[in-house]
Ligand binder design. Structure first.
Ligand code: PLP
Length: 229
């Protein structure tokens, strides 16, 4: 318990310091605890230490944890790659999906959201630094995607998620520019409020560039063991 609690307060202090250095208010950056590969008991302890927002990458693993922790008021974020045939579970079980990079994914999430649920929160994943990956849309596609996705009934498009190559902190500034550009021409700019960027190794640079949500795994839970996967 103490170890996780200490890690959480250390990370919160680091976020606070980074905000102070960047002349930003401390509550302008949210902490998403990235809990992939870690057992439900660790999430429960982290929750009891005061953390409410958790991010998972692997659907089946996440669904098991959501079931096991249903007595807690956790806000669940899916930050992994979204497969088109898996959107139903995402639509029904998650509060946020960060990896949307095509209209069809947002459309399916909207159609599959249950009638008694509030709209699901989405971020567009953008391949901000031309990495050789199939994840993320191109920066040039963002404006069109925003206007198309904004028409959907049961989703709320909140902003952009990026995962630049390690050490490419310059990409954070590009993401911030893109984020601001969309906001300036957005029909409801107050809804466009999330710039999801920064992980354990580059949290400070991301905050100084304007991140509003850092996704932190290792600094909170320790290193990950993938051998069980
Ligand atoms: C695993 C993961 C993280 C957390 O990374 P750490 O370096 O452990 O903080 C953040 N974002 C995404 C998309 C991830 O897959």
């Amino acid at each position: 318990m103490n170890q996780l609690k200490d890690a959480l307060s250390l990370v919160l202090t680091e976020i606070g310091n980074a905000c102070a250095q960047a002349n930003r208010s401390e509550n302008s950056v949210q902490l998403l605890a990235v809990s992939k590969t870690h057992p439900s008991e660790m999430l429960r302890e982290m929750y009891q230490a005061g953390q409410q927002r958790f991010g998972e990458n692997y659907l089946q693993e996440a669904l098991n944890k959501i079931e096991e922790l249903q007595d807690l008021d956790i806000e669940w974020h899916f930050i992994g790659h979204v497969q088109r045939n898996k959107t139903k579970h995402l639509a029904e079980k998650f509060d946020w999906v960060h990896g949307v990079d095509r209209f069809i994914i947002a459309e399916r999430l909207s159609n599959q959201r249950l009638p008694d649920q509030t709209p699901i929160n989405l971020c567009l994943q953008v391949n901000i630094d031309q990495q050789d990956t199939k994840d993320g849309c191109e920066p040039s596609e963002v404006a069109t995607l925003v206007s198309e996705i904004s028409q959907l009934e049961n989703v709320k498009l909140r902003g952009i998620m990026v995962i630049p190559a390690p050490n490419n902190t310059a990409a954070f500034a590009d993401a911030k520019n893109l984020f601001d550009q969309v906001k300036s021409s957005h029909a409801h700019p107050e809804d466009w409020d999330t710039l999801s960027m920064g992980m354990s190794g580059d949290m400070q640079a991301a905050i100084s560039a304007g991140s509003t949500m850092v996704r932190i795994g290792t600094a909170l839970f320790g290193s990950r063991d993938y051998s069980q996967k």
